[in-house]
Ligand binder design. Structure first.
Ligand code: HEM
Ligand SMILES: *[C@@H]1O[C@H](CO)[C@@H](O)[C@H](O)[C@H]1NC(C)=O
Length: 525
């Protein structure tokens, strides 16, 4: 379970011998102070850094919450992390709002393109990417999502229709299925078709690429920790396995690019591939760029969708959610199937609130910045905390999501209308929306957040207009310990257990842990 950190510790241990010199701290000017340093005063900084890393890897929530209780809103975690954690919503927004000449992100994004997604350095560091970044961001903006959402929705409708047929064919008129597996498989197919088109999706299914995706995704935390040099990837078993998964994805992607992107003639993936060709990149080099999108598309949203569905069907607002869904226009007079488009999905404020609440409660995101020049982090403009150039600042959204006062009672519970203006008032609900940072923020904000939100609403709408879902029991994944229930959690429903090996990587995943649910055709209301 702590694979990531065992390896990080081993590698770091070697480096430790080299660098046991105490780091010197700069002198901040005037009335500002340096952030407190994590760990007991009697231990050398690097040991404290390792302690922090190990705790983060084993018990993310408790570690992060204890940081804010023990050190306040900003704390310095020494080398090998060498990061300044920002733990409070107001200060996080100061970081998000800082100009990139002070706090930059591009260098990190470029480095990840090589050390995670395998692009050659000449591409990740070259001028071509600078031309592609803005096109990429625009390609995932709301205005360009009609076609992908239409394709996504069509596939989900077909999958739900299949499940309904299966139910109708059985004497008991019901199936019992691992519900999150069903949601994740459905999302994998529907979202791949949404962005990459049918032909590519068919090829991924034929090649069994979902397993390869999962292998690669499992190595992601280790790769993103930047502790292991690329030359050692083949020697570190979980990474070596991830690289095999990555290679399998490259081969399907490369061939598909080589064949001229059959099945796709518009959209962000199409535009990226075309730009790559214009830059003179090879098909495989273009595949490394598309791999980043395939990963971003599938690493978060399917899990968030599973959590959302399970929350809603076990909540006391299920009927209200269904009222909103039933108010959508129908596809024709003799069907109960709703019209699901970006536009109709935007007309469901309670569902939107449920999505935000799920992303608040079931994500942990770390937005990382390189400190380009010394600056002072301050909530009020006076005093503040001195952040020296050369450090990394990391916005820790999870702590604000659980500890900031604006959430009201029981922040650890799922309360579907927590963001609903009609219930909470306009001022509070927009304040809460601003403080919901599960998609990150500022210059590194999730470019897929509009697509992700539409996907979640779409699959929920189609499932709930056709099916009744009754969660029956939890299924454990032997690799994932069932965490201690948090004391304040008044939400008693079933959820799969959270995989704790992915601190700060977005939506919580849950490996093979699942919930068995009884699925029947919806009783007409
Ligand atoms: C509920 C689902 C999702 C969650 C919780 C999520 C979360 C995140 C987070 C936390 C980041 C990093 C933010 C930061 O560093 O400040 C991110 C980046 C990104 N996400 Fe998402 N994401 C989701 C779905 C998607 C989808 C469906 C796509 C579609 C392709 C996508 C595309 C991206 C891209 C391209 C980036 C990188 C932006 C950059 O490097 O500048 N995401 N996401
Ligand atoms: C969602 O988060 C809650 C609270 O943090 C946790 O109890 C639950 O297991 C999570 N569900 C999933 C699917 O990660």
């Amino acid at each position: 379970m702590v694979g990531v950190f065992e390896y990080a510790l081993a590698i770091g241990g070697i480096a430790l011998c080299v660098s046991l010199t105490t780091s010197r701290r700069p002198n901040p000017p005037g009335n500002v102070s340096l952030p407190p340093v994590y760990g007991p005063w009697y231990l050398p900084y690097p040991i404290r850094g390792f302690l922090a890393m190990a705790k983060l890897g084993m018990d993310e929530d408790n570690f992060l919450l204890s940081l804010r209780r023990d050190y306040g809103p900003v704390v310095h975690l020494p080398w090998p992390l060498n990061q300044i954690f920002v733990l409070d919503g107001t200060l996080i927004h100061k970081v998000y709002g800082a100009p990139s000449s002070t706090l930059s992100f591009t260098a990190i994004r470029r480095k990840f393109q090589t050390i995670i997604f395998g692009s050659p350095w000449k591409i990740s560091q070259g001028p071509g990417l600078a031309r592609m970044f803005p096109v990429h961001a625009k390609g995932l903006a709301n205005l360009r999502l009609d076609a992908p959402v239409e394709r996504f929705t069509r596939i989900v409708q077909a999958k739900v229709a299949q499940l309904k047929e299966q139910i109708e064919s059985l004497p008991e008129q019901a199936v019992e299925i691992p519900i999150t597996k069903w949601v994740i498989d459905t999302m994998f197919e529907a979202a791949t078709i949404g962005l990459f088109g049918e032909e590519f999706c068919e090829r991924t299914l034929k090649a069994g690429l979902q397993q390869d995706f999962n292998r690669f995704d499992a190595s992601f935390p280790l790769l993103a920790a930047e502790m292991i040099p690329m030359a050692l990837y083949p020697l570190v078993p979980p990474i070596a396995d991830g690289m095999k998964g990555r290679e399998a994805m490259f081969s399907v992607l490369t061939q598909w690019v080589e064949d001229g992107l059959p099945g796709l003639d518009e959209g962000v993936i199409h535009d990226m591939a075309q730009m790559g060709l214009a830059e003179g990149y090879t098909s495989r080099e273009i595949a490394t760029l598309l791999l980043g999108d395939l990963w971003a598309l599938q690493a978060n949203a399917p899990y968030a969708a599973s959590a959302l569905l399970l929350y809603i069907v076990q909540s006391n607002i299920l009927d209200q959610v269904r009222e909103e869904i039933d108010a959508l226009p129908k596809q024709s007079e003799d069907t109960s199937d709703p019209v699901v488009t970006l536009k109709t999905l935007a007309s469901m404020p309670l569902v939107a609130s449920c999505v935000q609440e799920t992303v608040r409660l079931n994500t942990s995101s770390f937005s990382i910045r390189v400190v380009e020049k010394d600056f002072v982090l301050s909530a009020s403009g006076e005093g503040g905390i001195f952040i020296p150039a050369g450090m990394r600042v990391v916005c820790i959204t999870r702590v604000g999501h659980l500890m900031d006062e604006l959430w009201g009672a029981n922040p650890e519970s799922w309360i579907g209308d927590r963001f609903l203006a009609e219930k909470q008032g306009d001022a509070l609900s927009s304040k809460r929306s601003r403080e919901m940072n599960g998609f990150g923020g500022g210059i590194s904000i999730c470019e897929g957040r509009h697509l992700a939100t539409a996907e979640l609403k779409s699959i929920l709408t189609i499932i709930l207009s056709n099916l009744d879902i009754t969660p029956l029991k939890h299924v454990a994944d032997p690799r994932i310990p069932i965490g201690p229930a948090t004391a304040n959690n008044v939400w008693k429903g079933l959820q799969p257990s959270r995989d704790l090996t992915r601190p700060g990587l977005g939506a919580f995943q849950f490996g093979a842990s699942d919930v068995i649910a009884r699925v029947t055709k919806r009783k007409s209301s």
